[in-house]
Design a protein around this ligand. Structure first.
Ligand code: SF4
Ligand code: SF4
Length: 682
């Protein structure tokens, strides 16, 4: 059922990509604004480091949480810790007794709780007072960004919603749209007896609630009614106000591009006065009561708390290839994208995590690169998948087939073991030696000609590479990304022990996935004493430039960094250097390269299970290549090559080549003949 829903979501998103054009435009605006204002926050890296350290020491720190509960209580807050979501909903409902409506400002945890819907079932209308939240409330859809919830809707769509809501024709002019809704919300704010807000941080030392906003609505929800209910989570607790200001500054800059928001409210308890005979009277101009509901719901007991380091800046969404295709369909309510899926799973909600897109992530890792708290969502999702599989939960037929194929045939392609070594026939490769070429399943079966070319390049370095032949195992990369941790480790160890038996000191792979997987278990790498390198690293060190005769004919060349080579292994310059030597020209950099490289879309079984999603992600990548004026895109991974070639459409296609193919074409004839076959230059 979940799988069907996932496929239906992909179908609808990929059939009409234009439906999310508004979201992608908004994301671009945020990034442009960040670039414009970057000089105004020159200490951003140290701020991020500080955030990570604070989150590491605060989230899951019982002592700090207890300190926060005590200081909040001393300041006059009424504090409730709700163990479950239902407890939280009951607690808020109790606080709203006698009310038929409540005003509310932006809060992700209330979305997670489906609080508005649940209160409506009990006869209490929740009026969202943030314009974006009000729009999505009327549209009945999910927020696309933590601070720009309606950024995926066009002004025309919003005008349609307002026309229906107000029962009259409303133009799509932003002025009319905002003033109409402002007047309606103002009416509710003036009558409300209770207001609900979220928080951006809670400070343990001062016992303060920090709320950031631009519209002014959150202050009104907090200040104007008689009672203010704060719905939040324990992970929002930081030691001090200074730490909270760091959260606020990063969150504002990263979510909007501005360096400061219009309002930062620091609330340290109910309103009071002591102006008459120094006697304390609660509730002067602000609320008499402030109630904080901490929603635990698996957070305090979670073994892995890294997903809770999130400050809701949305940077991961801007850079996620899956989110750029699926939008808010990727992620559970309230916490969008991969981090939301990770958060649900780490709180023990495995089915929710699956439903929200556990297997949609390509494990590209770009979210971790841009996350101010360095949340490693890719790693977190792998652990959730592993937990999911340990509980023997079903996976899709495509993923099950990959796992069975690795177990039975030592490759994810369901090909007989012997088929893998076919490319090596006639090349005279010996089975043992100090340098072993690990061809890997994908190169051997999908791009066998590249395996032979790699041998030619290794020989051009003056080496005599060995090859394990039909006994070469699978490195386990794909199954690890599918959550089969035990099988992945077993496969990596089998490979490493085979290398040792073959007398290898260095092993060269042509696939970054293999290089990354074989390097992943550092204890095993140490145990078997083998150095694993990707072919681009080896050739950068050993291929004499004199072996190559630079050739043109590729036009303008861009280089696509494969995720497993760049972000996973930090290899960025060697392929570029080789490419420039082979073509005698500078590589053109397209948007999103190196650490921020956009994914090709094929990783983690996404291409097998959801080919249309993989194709759209690939097209997004190629669009960036075209925008850079590329005639040829070169990459260094058989998976990227395959997906980027498969997704090409129309006559204006960018030519996609593997680095090995390019280098081999540039080999002087004396070298290209050494592999036993003469290559023809393209
Ligand atoms: S690893 Fe890549 S695909 Fe997965 S959530 Fe992060 S950015 Fe998205
Ligand atoms: S996971 Fe990181 S990048 Fe994404 S919203 Fe949270 S803090 Fe921001």
């Amino acid at each position: 059922m979940t799988e069907q829903r996932t496929r239906a979501r992909i179908d609808s998103a990929t059939k009409d990509r234009s439906a999310l054009d508004g979201m992608r435009r908004s994301f671009r605006t945020i990034l442009d604004r960040q670039r414009e204002n970057a000089h105004r926050i020159p200490d951003i890296d140290s701020r991020k480091d500080r955030l990570r350290k604070i989150k590491e020491s605060s989230v899951g720190n019982d002592e700090l949480f207890c300190q926060a509960l005590a200081t909040l209580h001393d300041n006059g807050f009424r504090v409730i810790v709700a163990k479950t979501a239902e407890d939280a909903i009951r607690a808020v409902s109790r606080e709203l007794e006698g009310q038929d409506f409540v005003v509310k400002s932006k809060s992700n945890v209330t979305k997670e709780l489906h609080l508005a819907e649940r209160l409506a079932e009990g006869g209490i209308d929740v009026v969202e007072t943030d314009l974006g939240d009000r729009i999505i409330q009327l549209a009945g859809c999910e927020a696309a960004h933590p601070t720009g919830p309606a950024c995926h809707l066009t002004r025309g769509q919003i005008a349609g919603l307002f026309s229906e809501h107000f029962g009259k024709r409303v133009s799509d002019g932003p002025k009319e749209l905002t003033s109409l809704m402002r007047d309606e919300i103002a009416g509710f704010l003036s009558k409300a007896r209770v207001g609900i807000t979220g928080t951006n941080a809670i400070t343990a030392c001062e016992g303060a609630v920090v709320v950031v906003h631009n519209e002014g609505n959150a202050a009104m929800c907090a200040m104007r009614p008689d009672k203010h209910i704060v719905v939040t989570t324990p992970d929002k607790v930081v030691p001090s106000l200074e730490d909270a200001m760091n959260v606020v500054k990063l969150q504002t800059y990263l979510s909007t591009g501005k360096i400061v928001s219009s309002y930062i409210n620091v609330i340290t308890g109910p309103s009071y006065t002591a102006d008459i005979e120094k006697q304390l009277h609660r509730g002067m101009h602000g609320p008499k009561e402030v109630v904080i509901v901490f929603v635990d719901d698996g957070r305090l007991s979670a073994d892995d708390k890294e997903a809770q380091y999130c400050i809701g800046c949305g940077m991961c969404l801007l850079h996620c290839p899956v989110y750029n295709v699926l939008g808010p369909e990727f992620g559970p309510a309230g916490h969008k994208g991969g981090q939301g899926v990770y958060l649900a799973g780490s709180r023990g909600k495995l089915d929710e995590s699956l439903d929200a897109g556990l297997y949609l992530c390509t494990s590209c890792g770009s979210c971790a690169e841009v996350c101010p708290a360095s949340i490693d969502t890719k790693k977190g999702l792998s652990s959730i998948k592993n937990e999911f599989r340990m509980l023997k939960k079903d996976i899709s037929p495509e993923r099950a087939a990959i796992v069975a194929s690795v177990r039975n045939y030592d490759n994810p392609w369901q090909a007989p073991k012997r088929a893998k070594a076919k490319w090596s026939e006639g090349l005279g490769l010996r089975p043992k030696g100090e340098l072993v070429f690990f061809a890997g399943c994908s190169t051997s079966l999908v791009m066998p000609e590249n395996a032979a070319r790699t041998v030619g390049l290794l020989r051009a370095c003056g080496t005599d590479p060995a090859y394990l032949g039909p006994s070469e195992k699978c490195c386990g990369s794909t199954v690890r990304k599918l959550g089969e941790e035990n099988l992945a480790r077993q496969k990596a160890e089998e490979c490493l022990s085979d290398f040792q038996r073959a007398g290898a000191r260095t092993v060269v792979t042509s696939c970054p996935g293999c290089a990354s997987a074989l390097n992943h278990y550092t204890d095993l790498v140490e145990k078997y004493g083998v150095k694993i390198q990707h072919i681009s690293q080896f050739l950068d060190e050993h291929l004499p430039p004199s072996a190559l005769a630079p050739f043109d004919g590729l036009g303008r060349v861009v280089y696509h960094d494969p995720c497993d080579l760049g972000r996973a292994l930090g290899v960025y310059d060697p392929p570029r250097r080789l490419l420039e030597t082979a073509t005698g020209a500078r590589v053109t950099e397209m948007e999103r390269t190196r650490e921020l490289s956009a994914c090709c879309g094929s990783g983690s079984g996404v291409k097998s299970a959801y080919p249309s999603l993989a194709a759209e992600i690939g097209r997004d990548r190629l669009a960036l290549a075209k925008a850079a004026g590329a005639d040829t895109l070169v990459t260094a991974c058989p998976w990227c090559v395959q997906n980027l070639r498969d997704c090409q459409e129309g006559s204006s296609a960018v030519r996609v080549m593997d680095l090995v193919e390019v280098l081999h074409s540039a080999l002087k004839p004396v070298h290209s003949e050494t592999e036993g076959r003469r290559s023809t230059r393209r």
